[in-house]
Design a protein around this ligand. Structure first.
Ligand code: ADP
Ligand code: MG
Ligand code: ZN
Length: 608
């Protein structure tokens, strides 16, 4: 067993420990502590280390091979950037960083240069003139501190290999850093051909220490990384990704008023972030919230740097309580007392979701992470992924993004398995739901489960859509008709006379929403997106399974947990006393008819 003879330093995530008193500084010990601390402040302009950073840096300075497992956004870069700028310990020479993503490398190199660190980037796209300049510098006395290369460049370029050998002979090769090291493992999803070749680094440069970093916690992958890179008695730093103080819930997306009353009731005058997918959506929602007397501002990439900085500062000072932001917001934000992170639109992948929710409760005190889910949000995201606006997205990349989005949908729809278990499983970490401590809405809701047949209502809905034929109708309009809303739009077109008018009036809101969600998810209905100018309009159309339902060959049964009260941790106490009674009639089936291991099958058609 590989793990048996490793020097493993496992620490609980510092982020989850009780809030550190603001007085005494972190205790840093060891032979390099002083220099490490000075460089943290002087070069990187940071004050304290996050979990495992100091320890990993110290091990690197001592010349050891190092493996670091840290969640995305946890601060892996500092673990190799800081030793690179130190003089003490075994740090002499150039630190060579292998990383798979061009955009991220550019960001890092720019960030380093802003801090006056001498970093250069060599990729397959680097122009020859610039590449020659870099090569000359590597042969000269003034070698750069960090050299970022893509694995492809490292594999292909013979001139680069000659340089590395030269640096090695002159003892000017400080360290190899393999970022996103899981790309070397065929177990992982992101396996990358050129990463395979990295196993030769140890043979070719036996004296040069290697540091490997990843956010993938799966043991098989980690073992694979350690073996393939031939790490020698490495110092291993892992941490649980669990954030024990966060309460996770997924609730049906309702009106803005519901959102407002949740914030006012559970987080009055507290700081939070609401993530949305579009810039306009951010502005509109922030505006609405202000209209309800909440201190809200928007934040997105289209703002000028000055505007962004101002809004961020207002939010940091607590002058503005709520930021309604796109995912452009958050990198490097270290505000401790964020009490809630709300996703008002569907996140695109679980990595992003984890990272964004991770900005809540950094002080270790309870915080809420709430995802407002509607299946309707899926289609626009899929359209965006498939749109391929810049024209150079590969088919594989589109498939990967679709796959990632599917994982989010499964997470949202699975309202039985502990949310922590589901989230951590995504990172390869096993989490026993007994340890959740009822801090997710699935654990709180255990036991309440309702089966309800809504075939009749679904038939009415489908025949309603069918009656429109080729004419376009929106979901909003169909909802009004089915609900029996006597709105002007409905009356104007005489739809209050339609046989489907009011057919879903008797359904509770949650069931009403689920009816639509499931008709879409099960391809009874589809939303067609039609572009007019810059806008995508979504219209409801019959799906491939519509006829089976209409002809009575299928029924639609819901298996759901009622959302009895407001989302979030503070609603828990109330929830106990106001549980909704199960429906009066006997549920049609007590046992789900489908395999338990596929959460998508929790709600399904069953043959009549
Ligand atoms: P990772 O590679 O693990 O995903 P990064 O190294 O990109 O994470 O760091 C994520 C963000 O956290 C960056 O904006 C970085 O500046 C910030 N960060 C890293 N370490 C610290 C620290 N000790 N204190 C404050 N911010 C930090
Ligand atoms: Mg990184
Ligand atoms: Zn749980």
């Amino acid at each position: 067993d590989l793990w048996a003879d490793l020097d493993i330093v496992t620490m609980e995530d510092l982020d989850t420990s009780p809030p550190a008193a603001p007085g005494p500084p972190q205790e840093l010990t060891g032979p390099y502590a002083e220099e490490i601390d000075i460089k943290l402040k002087q070069v990187f302009k940071l004050q304290t280390f996050r979990c495992n950073q100091f320890e990993a840096i110290s091990a690197a300075m001592a010349g050891r091979d190092v493996f670091v497992l840290m969640p995305t956004g946890g601060g892996k870069s500092l673990c190799y950037q800081l030793p690179a700028v130190c003089r003490g310990g075994k740090t002499k020479g150039v630190t060579v960083v292998v990383s798979p993503l061009l955009a991220l490398m550019h960001d890092q190199v720019n960030g380093l240069r802003n801090n006056e660190v001498d970093a250069v980037l060599l990729t397959s796209a680097t122009r020859e003139g610039e590449a020659r300049e870099i090569r000359e510098r590597l042969y000269s006395k003034s070698t750069p501190t960090l050299l970022y290369v893509t694995p492809e460049r490292l594999k292909m370029s013979s001139s680069l290999n000659t340089i590395l050998r030269h640096l090695y002979r002159t003892k000017e090769l400080a360290r190899f850093v393999i970022d996103e090291a899981h790309c070397i493992s065929t177990w992982g999803q992101d396996f990358r051909e050129a990463y395979q070749e990295l196993h030769t680094l140890r043979d070719d440069f036996p004296e040069v220490p290697i540091m490997a970093l990843t956010a993938t916690a799966d043991h098989k992958t980690i073992d694979d990384i350690l073996v393939r890179l031939q790490l020698n008695n490495p110092a291993v730093f892992t941490q649980s990704f669990n954030r024990a103080n966060l309460f996770y819930s997924v609730v049906p997306k309702g009106s803005v008023d519901e959102l407002v009353s949740f914030i006012k009731e559970c987080h009055p005058n507290e700081t939070g972030v609401i993530y949305r997918t579009g810039r306009d959506k951010c502005e509109v929602l922030a505006d609405k919230l202000r209209g309800k007397n909440l201190q809200a501002r928007h934040y997105h990439a289209r703002m000028t740097p000055e505007e962004k900085e101002m809004v961020q500062a207002q939010w940091k000072d607590g002058e503005c309580h709520i930021l309604v932001a796109t995912i452009a917001f958050g990198m490097g934000i270290d505000k401790k007392n964020v009490r809630f992170v709300i996703h008002y639109d569907l996140p695109k992948n679980m990595d992003g979701y984890y990272q964004e929710t991770g900005r809540a409760g950094r002080d270790g005190l309870p915080a809420d992470c709430i995802l407002y889910y509607s299946y309707r949000d899926v289609q626009p995201l899929l359209t965006m992924i498939r749109d391929n606006k810049d024209g150079n997205t590969t088919k594989a990349s589109i498939e990967r993004q679709e796959h990632a989005l599917n994982a989010v949908v499964r997470y949202c729809e699975n309202n039985t398995v502990c949310r922590r278990t589901q989230i951590l499983q995504h990172f390869g970490e096993k989490f026993d739901e007994k340890d959740c401590g009822e801090k997710c809405n699935n654990c709180v809701d255990k036991g309440l489960r309702i089966f309800q047949d809504v075939t009749q209502e679904a038939k009415k809905l489908v025949s309603l859509v069918k009656s429109f034929g080729h004419e376009n109708v929106t979901m909003g309009h169909c909802r009004q008709i089915l609900k029996g809303s006597n709105t002007a739009a409905v009356r104007e077109k005489g739809h209050d006379q339609h046989p489907a008018f009011g057919a879903g009036r008797h359904l509770p809101n949650q069931v009403f929403d689920l009816l639509f969600d499931n008709c879409l998810r099960l391809d009874v209905l589809v939303e067609k997106s039609i572009q007019k100018g810059n806008w995508h309009h979504h219209y409801l159309k019959l799906g491939p399974k519509a006829d089976e339902l209409l002809q009575g060959r299928r029924k639609l049964q819901l298996d759901y947990r009622p959302n009895t009260s407001k989302p979030g941790s503070k609603a828990r106490a109330k929830k106990r006393s106001c549980q909704v009674a199960p429906p009066a009639q006997e549920p049609e089936r007590q046992q789900p008819l489908y395999a338990d291991d596929d959460p998508m099958d929790d709600i399904e058609f069953s043959p009549k």
